[in-house]
Design a protein around this ligand. Structure first.
Ligand code: HEM
Ligand code: HEM
Length: 375
């Protein structure tokens, strides 16, 4: 299993940190609940000492985890996720990270304030963070308790979100975080009852046709206008990918409805559709067709094909990142990449629109589309 993350999946180090911390946080709740029921005495001291050592371990792992995260890229969220869901996921993840620090630190402060210095498994002693004080203890205790249960609550919502990704959206978000691609999915299927049976039954065929459109992805363009980067998107397009039995691509066809372009300004949009630019009435669709593919790396291909805009067709190589979902589900692909083209090469710019002074010649087209087996 590769150590580092890629844009499509987590590497083994990130997975190790995630799941080790999950197990240790569960351990913390178990130990705290056991300690709560014990009368004051040696046994309670021993259980709480274990709770503190494990808590400090979580603090250390969370620190290393964030350092590793900063030194790595993180997988992109599925393009099809609505903006509010992406925001929700970011907020929840940030909150989880923050709580992984604040909860153990509050525990450590609470112990110091009570003059119970903390030892890490009897191996070394940690410095006291604050001087003994009943008021500080009470405050740290309340913070520790409240935020520990907040952590538990957010983690449960986070678990439900992961299950929704897997069973409702049927994307790769859960699978790409699981340590052993196959085993836990089976366990999860058992956990969720019959919900995933269709998934398992539909597995195997790798040959076939996968499709995607604006509902499952984005197709954007960026150009320079008056010295500023300006973006737009196409609201209607279709992608059809044919794959061979070994899962490699054999044909790709993309059509884009030109009149669906949207730059968030009606006047500019109608100028773009006009005869001097795209001439959408006469040339309503742009297309890309490819039947030759070169494997660039694991899961990455170059599609050698023809891009047609207006009445101009040119050879274009599109970099494709095709990610088959691991774990034996029906084949799913992510088609993502970017190219830079010159609008004037395609005749997009006649009359005064030929000038590149105010509207640059270079246009960057970016796409990210999730493909699912055609029904
Ligand atoms: C992520 C890590 C941690 C989690 C999730 C966690 C969670 C909890 C929970 C749920 C309780 C029971 C709360 C209550 O009802 O009073 C508790 C109690 C306690 N925790 Fe933690 N804890 C963590 C880390 C730590 C650390 C690092 C320390 C100290 C170094 C610590 C010290 C204590 C102590 C002393 C108690 C007992 C408080 C009492 O006297 O009632 N905890 N913890
Ligand atoms: C104490 C419990 C948990 C904590 C503190 C926690 C924390 C986190 C954090 C902070 C991230 C964001 C990673 C990053 O962007 O660097 C994450 C991702 C993730 N977690 Fe958890 N998690 C917990 C439990 C779970 C459970 C029980 C599941 C599922 C069964 C789960 C599934 C996932 C998945 C699938 C991702 C990856 C999301 C993606 O690829 O965008 N987590 N977790």
């Amino acid at each position: 299993m590769p150590i580092r993350n890629t844009l499509e999946r987590w590497g083994s180090v990130a997975k190790f940190f995630h799941w080790a911390i999950v197990l240790l946080v569960i351990t913390q709740f178990v130990l705290a609940l056991i300690a709560e029921d014990l009368p004051i005495g040696m046994q309670k001291l021993a259980v709480l000492a274990r709770h503190k050592s494990v808590g400090i371990t979580i603090l250390a792992l969370a620190t290393l985890r964030l350092l590793w995260r900063a030194a790595n890229r993180s997988p992109a969220m599925p393009a099809a996720m609505p903006a509010w869901e992406k925001l929700g996921a970011r907020v929840a993840h940030a909150l989880l990270y923050a709580l992984l620090f604040v909860v153990p630190l509050a525990g450590w402060i609470m112990s110091s304030a009570k003059n119970f210095p903390v030892s890490w498994f009897g191996i070394f002693q940690l410095p006291d963070l604050v001087a003994p004080s009943e008021a500080t203890f009470n405050l740290a205790h309340d913070v520790h308790e409240t935020l520990a249960f907040t952590l538990g609550g957010v983690a449960v919502l986070h678990l439900l979100a992961a299950l929704k990704h897997h069973f409702v959206n049927r994307d790769a978000v859960l699978k790409r975080m699981l340590p052993f691609a196959r085993v836990p999915v089976v366990l999860l299927l058992a956990l969720a009852g019959n919900a995933g049976v269709g998934d398992a039954a539909a597995a195997t065929p790798a040959a076939g046709v996968s499709v995607g459109d604006a509902a499952s992805g984005t197709l954007q363009f960026r150009f320079n206008q008056a010295g500023a980067d300006t973006t737009g998107a196409f609201g209607r397009f279709t992608v059809k990918l044919t794959t061979a039995a070994d899962g490699s691509p054999t044909a790709l066809a993309v059509t884009v409805a030109i009149d669906s372009l949207d730059t968030k300004d009606k006047d500019r949009d109608s100028a773009l559709r006009s005869a001097d630019l795209f001439d959408a009435k006469i040339f309503p669709g742009a297309t890309f067709v490819a039947s030759r593919f070169q494997r660039a790396a694991e899961g990455r291909y170059d599609a050698l094909g023809k891009l047609t805009i207006r009445d101009v067709t040119r050879d274009v190589t599109l970099p494709l990142a095709l990610t088959a979902t691991p774990g034996g589900g029906p084949p799913r692909w992510l088609l993502a990449g970017a190219i830079e083209i010159n609008r004037l090469d395609y005749g997009v710019g006649r009359g005064e629109m030929r000038s590149t002074e105010m509207v640059g010649n270079a246009v960057t087209v970016t796409w990210s589309v999730k493909l699912a087996p055609a029904r």
